[in-house]
Design a protein. Structure first.
Length: 236
């Protein structure tokens, strides 16, 4: 059994050397990787280029969030490197429109709007000053993402079905629904407040699954990844 492109391994590790060692251990069990903020200042772009050179897909989970012009220029610069396939921005209309404009036409980079972080729950949103609950806020941001022309959203598995339904209603069957907070049966949830198993997330409409510690912290990361791939194979 080899990699399933729908599985994205999160390289949330403190050093590039550790991430490179993990990639070597995983071998052909994983073909898609997420590089987040932790590695950004440690040579994350160089690693992204190296992964692309190996034929892997790269997800830069940098959650761009700034004034529109800054986001436009950042998205343009990142797209020009050719070092990533997916790039996240916060799912606010001005930010998403700017990222789409910066990415430009004909680029292979797909923009994802981050709806509500999977570590947040209703109490967290109230503390932050939001009047909407998690599901209502996620729904608003998915609708805005569709209107702004981004390629997909990042949402918890618990909102995957909602995202897929809204995308289909909008005539966007290709719309990506990328779900972090995926935990195999028996795995600890850690800081993921809204988690689900791989098979449940896919059945509910997820197009890609982001999995970190259940793979990276496993005694045998390759075996852990292949176990997830096997579970995913049962869901078309």
């Amino acid at each position: 059994m080899t990699a399933d492109a729908r599985l994205i391994c999160a390289l949330d590790l403190p050093e590039v050397a550790e991430a490179e060692a993990l990639v070597a251990r995983l071998g052909d069990a994983v073909s898609s990787y997420k590089i987040g903020l932790e590695l950004l200042s440690r040579g994350g772009m160089a690693m992204a280029n190296a992964l692309k050179a190996r034929g892997c897909s790269v997800f830069l989970d940098w959650k761009l969030h700034d004034i529109g012009e800054t986001v436009r220029r950042a998205a343009s610069a990142i797209a020009a490197t050719g070092a990533c396939d997916l790039l996240t921005v916060h799912a606010e209309p001005q930010v998403m429109r700017a990222a789409v404009a910066g990415r430009g036409e004909g680029s292979g980079v797909r923009i994802l709007g981050v709806t509500v972080l999977t570590s947040l729950n209703e109490a967290d949103l109230q503390e932050m000053g939001y009047a909407l609950g998690v599901r209502d806020l996620v729904e608003r941001r998915i609708r805005q993402a569709l209107d702004c022309g981004v390629d997909g959203v990042v949402a918890s598995p618990q909102e995957a079905a909602l995202a897929r339904r809204l995308a289909m209603e909008a005539g966007r069957p290709e719309f990506l629904v990328v779900t972090p907070g995926v935990r195999p049966v028996g795995a600890a949830k850690n800081d993921q407040a809204r988690a689900a198993t791989p098979s449940d997330a896919l059945r509910d409409g997820a197009s890609h699954l982001v999995v970190g510690r259940p793979i990276t912290a496993a005694p045998d990361p390759r075996a852990a990844a292949l176990a997830i791939v096997a579970e995913m194979a049962g869901v078309g």
